[in-house]
Design a binder for this molecule. Structure first.
Ligand SMILES: [Zn+2]
Length: 288
């Protein structure tokens, strides 16, 4: 889940032009809020673990060599190598609450309009922040949100569908990136059997994450997985597109570029997901 507040009331200092934003949401928040309640419930600040890529602020100690820390550092290396990203400009601050209640209370008080989710990435002009809490899903959640953080720390803009597609892609744990996301494969195959067809055009026109259903998350993951794991031509389209996002403040559509390089992209993508589904059971996925 990724939210950018380029004009947020939390903003201090010059606007971060690079942050692609949910401007409507920012305007709504700015318009409906009086005195910000941001600090009526405290963020965790007692412990501060710093690396070159991120800081984890928590009210419980985390060892410098904890598996979670290693996992996020490995994720950064994997993301940069796969997408050929430049070095990140800013660190990502991870606020890791001790328990769900503290997290929920803080998030509700600070951004009352946001739907309740287990974790958020919030980009403001002041800070790239991840919010979550200690739970059985914490590694997966932090992989997802930290991916958002790294993308926004490295690129000038990130289209919503690609932001989420890449976060879903890299949240899957394993020895290498690109392992199948079982839930998404099952969901896409089920949707296909009910007559739905994927549309990168529709995905690219999404601007409000609150309108994204599991279908859009699954499809975004499917396009990313297809491009990174089918043919060198498809992979190059995405790598080249990431390079464009380093320079541009407004993203061009990816679809014409994919269509030109891989004219059979639609059939190839559906076949790619279909082939993965052969090794995946057809029931029992977990909705986020
Ligand atoms: Zn996300």
């Amino acid at each position: 889940m990724s939210v950018s507040f380029p004009n947020s009331p939390l903003t201090v200092g010059p606007p971060r032009a690079l942050l692609a934003g949910l401007y409507l949401l920012a305007v709504l928040l700015s318009g409906c809020r009086g005195t910000p309640k941001t600090f009526s419930v405290e963020r965790p600040e007692v412990h501060n673990l710093k690396t070159d890529a991120f800081e984890i602020r928590s009210n419980f100690p985390i060892a410098q060599d904890a598996p979670l820390v290693r996992e996020l550092l490995n994720l950064k290396a994997s993301l940069q190598q796969t997408l050929q990203l430049p070095e990140q400009r800013d660190p990502v601050i991870v606020y890791l609450f001790s328990n769900e209640e503290s997290y929920r209370r803080y998030m509700h008080n600070t951004w009352p309009s946001l739907p309740a989710r287990r974790a958020y990435f919030v980009g403001t002009s002041r800070e790239l922040s991840v919010y979550s809490y200690h739970s059985e899903f914490v590694e997966e959640d932090l992989r997802h949100e930290f991916t958002h953080g790294l993308l926004h720390a490295s690129l000038n803009t990130v289209p919503l569908w690609l932001d989420e597609g890449l976060a879903e892609y890299f949240e899957v744990r394993g020895n290498q990136p690109g392992l199948p996301h079982t839930g998404h494969i099952q969901f896409l195959q089920q949707a296909r059997s009910e007559g739905w067809t994927p549309s990168l055009y529709d995905l690219e026109h999404l601007t409000d994450f609150r309108r994204m259903t599991q279908r859009e998350y699954a499809e975004a993951w499917g396009w990313v997985h297809f491009m990174l794991n089918s043919t060198p031509q498809a992979r190059q389209v995405l790598v080249d597109y990431m390079a464009q996002l380093q320079k541009r403040s407004v993203a061009s559509p990816l679809l014409p570029q994919l269509e030109q390089a891989v004219p059979t992209f639609f059939n190839d993508m559906t076949a790619h997901v279909g082939a993965m589904s052969s090794g995946v059971q057809t029931a029992g996925y977990e909705a986020r």
